[in-house]
Design a binder for this molecule. Structure first.
Ligand code: DX5
Ligand code: ZN
Length: 219
């Protein structure tokens, strides 16, 4: 089985010292850097644009895992790829043609992810699974860090793990929202292999990051 990857969400970092925070989680053992892009329209919060992604790029060589919560999304894909994203993850609800958005991302030479909100069924993946590199299960409704894990999403993770096995393709199964020391093992047990964690990574200040990441990964 594949190792568990940790992708800290910088939404919980100190935004006044973002470059330093990215270097700190890199040194603390983060596998990827999760960047939450929100537009105040698709989700009720506004965060980071391509300019910030570009400014952060020199601070780490770790993959930038960019979660796009913006609508319409298609017109911004090029800008985020050019800014240095390695993975672009899109919501089916964020544009009229999710299949086209995925092809567009792949044409830019970056990895393509699709993300399912808590209310969106796994069935949405039936005709997308042949093309995606990553599937993200939201275990909170997107918009804010620090929310509680929605337990019934574990069933969705289990179902999608089976779909991935059946496909025979190399697809990462990521979970995002409310991941902490209690819920991380549940998500891993259900079949997730990439954990996003904001609050649980950044809690306790820079000296705690390495221990937090190690514990999330399972010790
Ligand atoms: C929520 C974001 C998450 C968020 C997770 O809309 O997509 O990535 O930062 O934060 P925690 O880990 O605090 O739930
Ligand atoms: Zn996210």
């Amino acid at each position: 089985t594949s190792p568990i990857l940790i992708s800290p969400s910088i939404l919980s970092a100190d935004f006044a010292r973002l470059g330093e925070e990215v270097r700190a989680i890199d040194e603390a053992g983060a596998d990827w850097i999760h960047i939450d892009v929100m537009d105040g329209h698709f989700v009720p919060n506004i965060t980071i644009g391509p300019g910030v992604v570009k400014a952060l790029r020199p601070h780490t060589k770790k993959p930038f895992d960019v979660h796009l919560m913006i609508s319409p999304v298609d017109q911004y894909l090029n800008a985020f790829a050019e800014a240095g994203a390695d993975i672009l993850t899109v919501h089916p609800e964020a544009g009229p043609h999710i299949h086209r958005s995925i092809q567009h991302i792949k044409s830019l030479g970056v990895q393509a992810g699709v993300v399912l909100n808590p209310g969106t069924p796994a069935k949405m993946l039936d005709y997308l699974i042949d093309d995606v590199d990553l599937i993200l299960v939201m275990s909170v409704n997107p918009g804010f860090g620090g929310q509680s894990f929605i337990t019934n999403q574990l069933r969705k993770i289990e179902a999608i793990r089976k779909m991935i096995e059946k496909s025979g393709r190399d697809i990462r199964l990521q979970v995002d929202g409310g991941i902490d020391f209690t819920t991380a093992p549940l998500a891993i047990e259900a079949g997730a292999d990439v954990l996003v964690a904001g609050t649980a990574t950044f809690r306790g200040g820079a000296s705690a990051y390495a221990g937090n990441i190690r514990t999330l990964r399972g010790g």
